[in-house]
Design a protein around this ligand. Sequence first.
Ligand code: 5GP
Ligand code: ZN
Length: 124
Amino acid sequence: MIKICEKQVMTVDCLFCRIVAGEIPAKKVYEDDELLAFHDIGPKAPVHVLIIPKVHIRSLNESTDADTVLLGKLLRKAASLAEELQIAGPGYRVAINTNEDGGQSVFHLHAHLMGKRKFLWPPG
Ligand code: 5GP
Ligand code: ZN
C-alpha cells in the first residue's frame, strides 16, 4: 500500500490505480489531472467507457463532501463524452455500481457510460 496523503491511498492491488499509473494499458478516451476515461475491457454495449477519478476512492460510499466538485466534474465529463461519442442524442446510461448488491467488482469508484443500444428499466 502506498499512502500518498490522508485521502489518497493507492493500493498496488487496485486495478484502476494501476491503469492511472500506466502500469496496465487501457484504451484511453480522455485524461486530465483529475479524471481518466477508457474503454471497458468487456463492453456490455457498443459504446462502454469507464470514467474514474485518478484519486483512489473505493466506492461512492467512501466519497465525502470534499469530493462534490470532483464527482460533478465526473458526471459532466460523462455528458461531454456522450456528445463526443455520438450517443447524446439517441440516449445513454450512466451507472455507478456500488458494493455487492450494486454489482461492483472493481473497488475504485467509476462511472459506466454506455450507449448505442437500448437499455431496459428496471435493470436486472
Ligand atoms: P463494476 O463491475 O465494478 O461496476 O465495473 C468494473 C468494470 O471494469 C467491468 O465492466 C469490467 O469489464 C471492467 N474491467 C475489469 N478489468 C478491466 C481492465 O483490466 N481494463 C479495462 N479497461 N476494464 C476492465
Ligand atoms: Zn484505486
